[in-house]
Design a protein around this ligand. Sequence first.
Ligand code: HEM
Length: 387
Amino acid sequence: MAIFCGAQGNKFLFTNDNKLLTSWWPQSMKKALLFPEFVESNLKDVSALKRSFHHDILKPEALKQYIHLMDGLARDHLDKDWKPNTIVKVLPLSKKYTFELACKLFLNVVTQHDIKRLSDPFTLVTNGMFSVPIDFPGTAYNRAIKGGKLVREELMRIITERRKEMTERSETEGRDLLSKMLLVRDENGQFLSEMEISNNIIGLLVASFETTSSAVTAVINYLAELPHVYNEVLKEQMEIAKSKGPDELLTWEDIEKMKYSWNVARESLRLTPPAQGAFRETTTEFNYAGFTIPKGWKNPKYFPEPEKFDPSRFEGSGPAPYTFVPFGGGPRMCPGKEYARLEVLVFMHNVVTRFKLEKAIPNEKIVFYASPIPVHGLPVHLHPHQK
Ligand code: HEM
C-alpha cells in the first residue's frame, strides 16, 4: 500500500480519480455495512447514480429549506442536554445531536424510541467497523456485523412503510432525503429498490456521523481554549441573534453572515481534520515519485506557523490549491460539505450565544480513532451569559 499526502499527492489523486485510480473500500467494512448481495458485486453502476444524486440532494439550494429544522433541533438539544448542567462532555453530546439531526433530515425519524432503534445498532457498527476483522462471537467486528444487520432491517421497515404511504397519497414532492430517494429514477426509468436506498442511507450515515461530530467537537474545543477567537465568534453571532426575535429561527441569510465563524471552523478542520484519508485502488500501473511519500500537510511553505490557530488564513483568496482538503477533492469530493458547514455553524451559533466555555481538562489529549477525538470526551464547564 502506498500513502499519498501533501499538496502534490492531493493534486495527483484528485486529478487522476477515475483515470489511474478508483474508489475502494475494505471488504471488511462493506461486509459490516451492506446487504450480502452487494458485498461481492461490482458497485460501480449503483455508485455512479448515487454520486450525482447525492450532490443533487445535498447541494446548498436543497439544504436551505432545512436550516430552521437544524436550528430548532439545536435549540431543543441545548435546552435539554446542556442547559441543566454546569459541566458537559461535548463529544458524546455532539454525537447524539448529529445522529438525531440525520434521523430527522434523512428519514423524518423523530421520537427517542425510534431513534434508539437505529442508534443502538449503528453504534455497534461504528465501534467495530475499523477493528481487526475477526468475525467471532465477542469481537467488536462481530458486533459490528450484527449491528449492521439490525440497522438494515430497521431501514428496510422504514423505507417500505414510506413507499407505501407515498403511493397511497400519490406524493410527488420529497419531504426528506428518503422521499427524494424514493422519487428518483435511474437511466432506465426504474425506481431505486429498497435495498439500494438502504445502502445509500447507510452510506450517508457512516460518512456523516463520526466526521461531523468530530468537527463540532474540535470547534468547541478551540472556542473553549482560545478566548480571543471565542470573543470574535461571539460578536459575530450576537449581532445575528440581536437582529432577530427570540423565537425566530436561523435562515440562509444569517448563515451567509457567519464569515468569521466559518473561517474558525475551517481552521479547526485544517488542524484537526475529521477524515484522515480515504482508500483508492489503482486501475492501471503507474509511477509516482518512485513511491516516496511527500512531506505532510503541515508544511510551513503553505501555512506559515502551521501549528498556530489562525482563522485569518482563510481571508482573501485563502490557502493554495490542494493544500486544504478536509473534504477531499476531484470527482469524489465530499457531497456532504454543505450539510457539515450548516450543522457546524448552526451549532456554534447556539452554543456561543448561550454559554462561555471553559475546558475542564486543559491539555486533553486528542486520539485518532476513525476521526480525531478528545480522549476524555471533552468535558467543559458552561457559564451561561448574564441576561
Ligand atoms: C466535517 C464533516 C465531513 C468531512 C471532514 C468529510 C470528509 C469527506 C472526505 C474527505 C470524503 C472523500 C473520500 C474519498 O476521497 O474517497 C468524503 C466523502 C463522502 N462524504 Fe463526507 N465529510 C463530512 C461530512 C459529510 C456529511 C455530513 C455527509 C452526508 C450528509 C457526507 C457524505 C459523504 C459521502 C456520501 C461521501 C462519498 C462520496 C463518493 O464516494 O463519491 N460527508 N467526505
